[in-house]
Design a protein around this ligand. Structure first.
Ligand code: HEC
Length: 103
């Protein structure tokens, strides 16, 4: 069982690579909500292309909690009516695809 400690540290690493705020987030639901609320369509009008240039990991958003807060703000301002766990799902998908925050 020489590989066992190596496997354990690998598992520990992947647990840390996912920010705690996104733990257990429903990524499938997040993807559906992003499509449903036409996030990309509106962002494309402002940023061009497919709209993903609006997501700036190097910009003012600097961690997972901040990212989630930003999605919550859009949710409120645009009256999207998402539940808190839906906001979390959406933010988790944006993190997976664009921001890659580990905390
Ligand atoms: C009606 C238009 C519109 C819709 C719909 C919209 N957004 Fe946005 N969003 C914007 C604009 C405009 C900005 C840029 C604000 C700025 O930087 O001045 C923005 C910025 C953002 C940012 C910050 C990007 C960054 O890194 O600074 C996030 C995150 C975001 N939107 C998420 C969402 C999500 C998720 C949805 C769908 C649930 C959504 N938005 C729907 C217009 C929209």
């Amino acid at each position: 069982m020489r590989t066992y400690p190596a496997l354990l540290s690998l598992l520990a690493f992947s647990a840390f690579a996912e920010p705690a705020v996104f733990h257990g987030a429903d990524l499938k639901q997040g993807e559906q909500l992003i499509a449903e609320h036409k996030c990309a369509a509106c962002h494309a009008q402002k940023a061009g292309g497919d709209g993903s240039a609006i997501y700036r990991p190097q910009g003012r958003i600097s961690n997972a909690a901040f990212l989630r807060g930003m999605v919550e703000q859009c949710n409120t301002e645009l009256n999207l009516g998402m539940f808190p766990e839906e906001v979390t799902s959406v933010a988790a998908v944006l993190n997976r695809d664009h921001y890659h925050f580990t905390k």
